[in-house]
Design a binder for this molecule. Structure first.
Ligand SMILES: Nc1ncnc2c1ncn2[C@@H]1O[C@H](COP(=O)(O)OP(=O)(O)O)[C@@H](O)[C@H]1O
Ligand SMILES: [Mg+2]
Length: 435
C-alpha cells in the first residue's frame, strides 16, 4: 500500500504532502484541484510509468511536468507491503523531459489497479511488471504495465513477445464468455464480484450473469449477458453505462488478480496478497442507490474476491452520497478523508486531512468542507434568495418594503415545503408584513 506521498514543484500546487490510511482513502475537492493528478502519481509510484506513456491512446494520465522549470521537481514516497517498506523518490530531468533517478529496483510486492474516470484502466503487478534480470549479462528490465482504454477493456489488449504480436489480455467479451463456458474459477470469481458490487443483493438489486449469446449474424462472438429484473437477459453490449462500468471493474479485478497468481505460479514466486485500488470519480454513471453501496463494496472486495487480500482504496469523489455512505463504518484508524481547497494569495491548491464526522444527510455533506456549498438547496436561484433573506434577518432596521421584496423572490423560487419558511414567515410578521 501507499503510505506517504510528497510532490514538490509538480502538479497543481508548489508542494503537496499526504499520509494515506491503510483501508479507505477519500479525496474531495473542486474540479481542477488535482484529484486525478494525485491518483496518476500514486500509480506512477508503483509502476514507474505514467498511463499515457504506456498507451498513447489514453487522454488522461499524461507525464507529470514541473510547474517551474528553473527548479527541480521531486516526488517522494513510501510504500509498504509484506513487512517491507520502500522509501524512495524520483526527480524530473529537464534534459530528458522524463522522470529519472527513480530507485526503481526496490519494487513493492503487490498488485495495483487504477480505474480512471473515463472508463479506462491501468494495471501493474510486481510479478509481471517488476524489474528482473534477463540474459547472461544480468541486465535489469521490466515489462510495461497494462493500460487499457475503455474499448480495450472490452476487446482486448495486444502485447509483443519475442518480436511477435500476441494478446496480452483477451478482453472482457472473450474472457468472460470462455470462463462461463469452461466453468472456470474465474467465472465463479466474476459472479462473486458482481454479487459484491450489486447495490442490494438481498432485495433484488442483483447483477447476475446470464448465458453468452449471439447479438447479430455479422458478429461471430458469443457476448456475455446480464439478467435484469425488467428486461430479461440483456447482452452486456446493450447494458446501461452504470452496469457496464461495474462489470468492467469486476472483470479487470478478476483478470488482474488471476493473471497475477498465474504469473507467480509460472515464475515460482509468491503472489503477495496486497492490492491497492485507485479509483477516480467512484460514483460515475451510478444511480444514487448504487452510489450508496459502492464504497463499502470496494472496501470488502479484497476479502470477498481477491482471496482475502489486504486492499487499500484511494478514491476521489464529487458525490455527497458516497461520503455519507461511510458514516456507519468509517474508522479513523484505517480510513481517511482528504480535501483539496484553494488557499492563500495567490490562491493555490492545498490538501488537508479532515476529521470525518457523521453529518446525517447527503444535504448536510453539501455544506461541509467537502463541497463548500452555501446551502443545501438544489437551485442557484433558491440559494441566492435565501442568502439575501439571511442578510435581512440580521438587520434590525430592515424596512417592510425591503422585506416584502425578498419575500416575493422567495415565493417565486422556494417551494412551500422548504423549512426556511418557518423562520422567515415569523420574521415577516414581526416586521409588520404579511407572509
Ligand atoms: N501531467 C501533468 N503535469 C503537471 N501538472 C498537471 C498534469 N496533469 C494535471 N496537472 C495539474 O493538475 C490540474 C488538474 O488537476 P486534475 O487532477 O485533473 O483535477 P481534478 O481531478 O481534481 O478535477 C491542472 O490544472 C494542472 O495544474
Ligand atoms: Mg479529475
Amino acid at each position: 500500500m501507499l503510505e506517504y506521498l510528497k510532490l514538490e514543484n509538480v502538479g497543481p500546487a508548489p508542494a503537496m504532502e499526504v499520509e494515506f490510511a491503510p483501508r479507505v482513502n477519500l479525496i474531495t475537492g473542486d474540479n481542477g484541484l488535482g484529484k486525478s493528478f494525485l491518483l496518476d502519481t500514486a500509480w506512477w509510484v508503483f509502476s514507474a510509468a505514467w498511463p499515457a506513456e504506456v498507451n498513447p491512446a489514453m487522454t488522461t494520465g499524461l507525464v507529470a511536468r514541473p510547474r517551474d522549470r528553473s527548479r527541480s521537481s521531486i516526488i517522494r514516497f513510501r510504500t509498504h507491503s509484506a513487512d517491507e517498506k520502500v522509501d524512495s523518490e524520483g526527480t524530473y530531468s529537464r534534459r530528458d523531459e522524463a522522470w529519472t533517478d527513480r530507485e526503481s529496483f526496490s519494487m513493492t510486492p503487490c498488485l495495483v489497479v487504477y480505474a480512471h474516470a473515463d472508463g479506462s484502466f491501468s494495471v501493474w503487478d510486481v510479478v509481471r511488471n517488476g524489474w528482473m534480470r534477463k540474459g547472461n549479462g544480468g541486465m535489469l528490465s521490466s515489462k510495461p504495465p497494462y493500460v487499457f482504454t475503455e474499448s480495450e477493456v472490452w476487446d482486448g489488449l495486444k502485447g509483443v513477445v519475442d518480436g511477435r504480436v500476441v494478446p496480452a489480455c483477451n478482453g472482457l467479451l472473450r474472457d468472460w464468455s470462455s470462463w462461463i463456458k469452461a466453468k472456470d474459477v474465474q467465472s465463479k470469481a466474476m459472479a462473486q464480484a458482481l454479487r459484491t458490487l450489486s447495490p442490494d443483493w438481498e432485495h433484488g438489486d442483483r447483477l447476475e450473469p446470464g448465458s453468452p449469446m449471439r447479438v447479430t449474424v455479422d458478429d461471430a462472438r458469443d457476448i456475455p449477458s446480464i439478467q435484469t429484473s425488467h428486461a430479461g437477459t440483456v447482452p452486456i453490449l446493450h447494458a446501461s453505462s452504470g452496469i457496464r462500468r461495474v462489470v468492467a471493474l469486476a472483470y479487470v479485478l478478476t483478470w488482474a488478480w488471476s493473471e497475477y497468481r498465474i504469473a507467480a505460479d509460472l515464475r515460482g514466486v509468491e503472489a503477495v496478497r496486497q492490492v491497492t485500488l485507485l479509483f477516480d470519480e467512484v460514483e460515475s454513471h451510478l444511480h444514487p442507490r448504487w452510489q450508496r453501496s459502492i464504497l463499502k463494496a470496494l472496501r470488502d472486495v479484497g476479502k470477498e474476491l481477491l482471496d482475502g487480500a489486504e486492499l487499500q482504496l484511494i478514491a476521489s469523489t464529487h458525490s455527497p452520497l458516497v461520503l455519507a455512505s461511510a458514516e456507519p463504518w468509517f474508522d479513523p484508524k484505517q480510513d481517511a478523508w482528504f480535501d483539496l481547497d484553494l488557499d492563500g494569495d495567490p490562491p493555490e491548491a492545498k490538501l488537508s486531512r479532515r476529521p470525518y464526522t457523521p453529518r446525517g444527510t447527503p444535504g448536510a455533506w453539501l455544506t461541509s468542507e467537502a463541497f463548500d456549498l452555501a446551502t443545501e438547496r438544489g437551485s442557484i436561484e433558491a440559494e441566492r434568495a435565501i442568502l439575501r433573506a439571511r442578510e435581512l434577518l440580521k438587520q434590525s432596521d430592515a424596512s417592510v418594503d425591503e422585506v416584502m421584496e425578498v419575500h416575493k423572490e422567495l415565493r417565486r423560487v422556494l417551494p412551500d415545503v422548504d423549512r426556511f419558511w418557518v423562520r422567515w414567515n415569523a420574521f415577516v410578521e414581526d416586521r409588520g408584513g404579511t407572509p
